[in-house]
Design a protein around this ligand. Sequence first.
Ligand code: NDP
Length: 241
Amino acid sequence: MGRVNDTKTALVTGANKGIGFAVAQGLGAIGFTVAVGARDDARREEAVERLRTAGVDAFGVALDVTSDDSAAAAAAAIEQTTGRLDVLVNNAGISGRTDGGAQDPTTLDLDVVRTVLDTNVFGVVRVTNAMLPLLGRADSPRIVNMSSNMGSLTLRTGPIMAAYAPSKSMLNSITAQYARRLADTNIIVNAACPGYVATDFTGFAAPRTPEQGAAIVIRLATLPDDGPRGGFFDDEGAVPW
Ligand code: NDP
């Protein structure tokens, strides 16, 4: 992949580790300035330093996706630093507690459902809507929502997790709604599945590397203007809804 011509800026949420960090590094490697969205100051600064050491033009943005105020402040910080946003990767996500049958549908803990939705779905809406004015200033804006094939109603894959899996189904549905709403604009929105990736999220017990998981995200973040809209993709192509 060639370097981006003009300097473009990408915000990656939850970029301090895991797949988000690999997305930040990968976008940085092809010439993006990367806004490292992370909620914890120390973890964010450490990630920014690691990216800079790797040659990436990175800056930190304080961002807790569960807070409207934090999303608004993050947008203001990016506006001040780069004036616009070319790519938004909504990567931050949580699995939610599973102890005591918390995600067994027959004993489902609705507080866990609320917590997971607040990050995995409402967080995406908060951050996206805060960033849309900045994305609207870019020539070819792209939004990539980090989903999972566990959210596929067709595949029904992975363990039974009645908070996490439905959160990704809803994220897919919201992605389609954004794509419809933005159909007559230059903003392209898609959802990505990274595959089963070794991160904290999976206890590092998974076959794929964060870089492998990041590849589809980077592809969707750099789609040409006639690229697909409102789809759900992994490395192999379209994932069934
Ligand atoms: P990690 O647990 O390694 O990383 C998750 C990231 O999200 C961390 O940076 C974390 O920050 C951040 N985060 C969580 N809550 C918030 C919040 N409220 N505000 C800001 N940041 C937050 O997981 P992965 O890298 O594996 O997962 C990244 C995404 O990929 C998730 O959306 C996940 O659902 C998805 N995914 C992962 C798969 C896998 O196999 N690993 C498979 C399919 C999808 P902090 O360090 O502060 O907690």
